[in-house]
Design a protein. Sequence first.
Lengths: 296, 350
Amino acid sequence: MEFYLQLVISGLVLGSIYALVALGFAIIFKSTSVVNFAQGELMMFGAYFCYSMVVQYKVPWFWAFLMTLVFSVILALIVERLILRPMIGEPVISIIMVTIGLSSVLRSIVTAIWGTQIQVYDPPLFPPTDVNIMGLPTSQVYLWSFGLSAVLLALFALFFKYSKAGVAMRATAFSNQVALSMGIPVKNIFALAWCIASVVSAIGGILIGSINGINVQLGHFGLKVFPAVILGGLDSIPGAALGGLIVGVLENLSDGVLKSVFGLQGIKEVAPFVFLVIILMIKPYGLFGKKEIERV
Amino acid sequence: MSVSHCGDFKETYRDDMKVFQTPFVRVAVGLFVLLLYTTPLFSSNYVTSTMTTIAIAVIGALGINIVTGFTGQISLGQGAFMGVGAFSCSYFMRVAHLPFWVAMPAAGLTAAAIGMIFGLPSARLKGLYLAIATLAAQFILQYVFMHLDAVTGGSNGIPSPPPEIGSFAFDGDRSKYYLTLTMAIGAVAFTTNLLRSRNGRAFIAVRDHHLSAEIMGVNLFKYRLISFSVSAFYAGIAGSLWGVYTGYISAEHFMIDESIKYLAMIIIGGLGSVIGSILGAIFMTLLPQALTVGTGALASIFPKIGFLIMSFKDGVFGIIIILFLIFEPDGLAHRWRMIKAYWKLYPFSY
C-alpha cells in the first residue's frame, strides 16, 4: 500500500510539472492556434541556462532564477518574431513543421553549448533532506515543485480571468479579427503568449531538472505533455492542469504496477502515449475542450 | 522534333490527365531510367550504395506525401512504420521461411494494418490529431522495437536475410541497387497513376476543402483512412528494402528523427508533388553526406570549433526546414517548374 501511495505522490509531483508545461502549450494553442512541438526544447533551454548561471557562474539561486525568466522571455520574443510571425496565415501543417524544425535547432544549440551529459544543479535549489507526510518520507524538492506549480497555475488562472492582458488574450483566442477590430494588438498578444509559455516551461524545466537532473532528453518531456493537453482539451487551461496531474499519476502507477507484476521495464516512457491513443478513441475533445472540433 | 505549345490548348480531360504530355517527355523519362539502370556499370560502389538509399527514401517520401501532401493529414510516424516493415519482413523470412517476394508485400500490409490502428481514432478528426496520434504511434512502436526481443532482437537488432531468385541472392551492392531502383520506379509509376484515379482525386478534394468534398460525395473517413494506410504500406515496403540494403536491422534507425527526416523531405521537395518527393529524397539523402564532408573539412581547419560544428549537424536539418517553409513553401518542385517554364519559352519569355 505504501508503495502505491509513494507512486501517487511522485506521480502528482510529476503531474504538476506536466501541468505547468501543458499550461504553456495550451496558452500558445489557444491564442495563436499554433501546435507547439518545441515546448520541451523551450523547457530544456531554460533549465540549461539556469544551470549555467548557478553552476558555471556561481550566481545565487534567486538571481539565477530571475535571469532565467528574463532569458526565456527574450528567447520567446526572438522565436516568435523570427520564425512564427512570418508563418501567420499559413496552413496548419506548415506551422507544425516549423515548430518541429525549431525544436531540432534548439536541441542542437543546447548540445553545442552544454554537451550531452546529465548535469545536476549544485548547490541544489531545495534542501535535500526529507520531510514526513502521512508517515511517508518525501523529499522537499517534491513538495516545493508541487507547491510552486500549484501557485503558478492559480496565478495564471486569475491573470486570464481578471487582468486586462488576460482578457485581451482570451478575446484573441476567440477570434483574431474581432479582437483586431476592438483595438487589441493581436501581434503583441501572440508575442505575449509565447513569452508566458516560455517562462512557465523554463520553470517546469528547472523543477524537473532539480528532481532528475538535466540532459537533452528533457525535450522528450515536452512531447509527453501531449497526452495531458489532449486529455484536458487542447485549448483549456484548467484542463491542461487537471490533465497534467491525471497523466502524471497514471504514468507512475502503470509503471509501478507493470514493473512489479509483469517485470516490464521502462513503461514510463510510453505509458502517456498509450493513454493518448485511448483518449483519442473515447473522448477526442478531452475533458474541457471545445466540442466544436470538426468530426467527420 | 516535337514542339511544345506555349499555352494550354488541351481540349479533353484525357489530354489533360496524360502522364507524358509530349513525346519528348516520354523519351526523356525513358532515357533517364536507362541512365539510372546503367550508372552502376561504371560508377563506384559508394555511388551505387548512395543511390540505393536514395531509392529507398523515394519510396518512403512518396508514401508520406500521399497522406500529408495529397490528403492534408500530418504523419509523424513514417520512421516507425518503416521499422514495422523491416522487422516483420525479416521475421516472415527467418521464422515463417517465406520468400522475400511474399514477405515484402506482407510486411507492407502489416505496416498498413498497424498504421490503421493508430489512424482509426484520428481519421475522424482534424489533421492535427493524426499528427499527435502518429507521434504516439512512433513512441509506442519504438518501445516495442526495443522490448519485443523475439521479433526485433531488442536493442541488439536482428539480421535480415537477402532475397533470392532460385540460387541467385541479392547480396551485392549492384544487385541490391537494381532491386530497390525497380521498386522505386514502380512506386513512382503507381503513385502517379493513383493520383489520376478516383481515389487520388478524392484525396486532393479532402485536402483542399473537407466540407466541399463531403458534399460532393467523398466519404472523408474512408479516404483519410485509405490514404493513411497506403502511406504506411509504402513505409513498410521501404523498410523491408532498408533491411535488405543493410542486411542487419536495429531499432535505432527507426526513431523519431527518421520520421522528421521524411517530413522534411516532402516539405523541401514540395508537398503534393511526385517529382517533389523524388527531389526531396535526393536532397535529404545527400545533405548529411555533404555536411559530413563539410564539417570534417572545417573541423580539420579549426579543430577547436570541431565539436561545435559536429553537434550542430542535426540543427542544420531544422534550419533548412524553417527556411524552406518561410521562403519557399512550395519546395524544390516549384523551382523545378519555374526552370521548366523558363526554358519552355526561351528566349522569348513573354
